[in-house]
Design a protein around this ligand. Structure first.
Ligand SMILES: [Mg+2]
Length: 261
């Protein structure tokens, strides 16, 4: 039993002890970017500014976007997902695009390209509609795990600014969300796959990877899902699609005020 203060035994907390995947009706693993709060729209805005900047040199704007997307994906193994890799990708794409038009990139151009990504390091925190009341409605009957991927520093900052952490039983920031990660979480928390759902906007990392590990999944599409994530849903029989986060309580038969017009 954990010690508290000056060596006193901590009094068991009945509420804490009662909350576990084994004692609640279901486990919900919940994605964060573009599920709980806006994320990709800021990348799209920064990408657009880069596209306009490269066009001032005579580069084709669509080629500029394609080059940026390629450079971003190439940066994932070294930088992970998130703003640091995005900023690196902007520099690399700028260099390649200028070289292609026989105009070697100097430090000023590279710094300018990189600067288009810097607002991402402190992007605004905008929760998606009804997220907080929906989590409050689900919490009494559901064990809630926030599962996100990306830079730990950046993701921790977003979680803090969202003020949603107290509504979750646990929070995990992973480098990738693949079947191995879902298997590890299932083992760690003793999750029953028939009673555990992964909820998110990304077919690749929230839906298909969770299904591959045996979990059920709920897809809540977001119009601005990051370009690295589109993928066909591979096990549609194990996936429900909802239009809004606020539709979750009704899906699980939980009484809720969330989402009422
Ligand atoms: Mg997401």
């Amino acid at each position: 039993m954990p010690l508290e203060g000056r060596g006193r035994l901590k009094r068991p907390n009945a509420m804490t002890q009662a909350r576990s995947p084994q004692t609640l009706a279901r486990t919900l693993l919940i994605d964060a970017d573009d599920t709980l709060w806006e994320g990709s729209i800021y990348y799209l805005e920064c990408s657009h500014r880069f596209r306009v900047y490269m066009a001032t040199f005579g580069c084709d704007p669509d080629e500029a976007l394609r080059e940026l997307r390629a450079a971003e994906l190439e940066a994932v193994p070294d930088f992970g997902y998130g703003p640091p890799g995005f900023c690196h990708g902007l520099e690399v794409a700028c260099q390649r695009l200028l070289t292609r038009i026989s105009r070697p990139a100097g430090p000023d151009e590279l710094a300018a390209a990189r600067a288009f990504g810097e607002p991402m390091l402190e992007a605004p925190m905008v929760l998606l509609p009804d997220v907080r009341p929906t989590l409050q409605a689900l919490r009494p009957s559901s064990w809630l795990l926030l599962l996100t991927k990306g830079s730990p520093t950046v993701q921790r900052g977003k979680i803090e600014r969202s003020a949603l952490a107290p509504l979750f039983d646990t929070i995990r920031i992973e480098q990738e969300k693949d079947a191995a990660v879902y298997h590890r979480l299932m083992d760690e928390f003793g999750l029953d796959p028939e009673n555990s759902w992964m909820i998110g906007n990304s077919p690749r990392s929230d839906i298909n990877a969770a299904n591959a590990a045996g979990l059920r999944a709920i897809h809540i599409p977001h119009a601005a899902t990051w370009m690295g994530e589109p993928e066909e849903i591979q096990q549609p029989a194990r996936v429900a699609t909802l239009h809004r986060f606020a539709d979750l309580p009704a899906f699980f038969g939980v009484t809720s005020q969330a989402g009422k017009q």
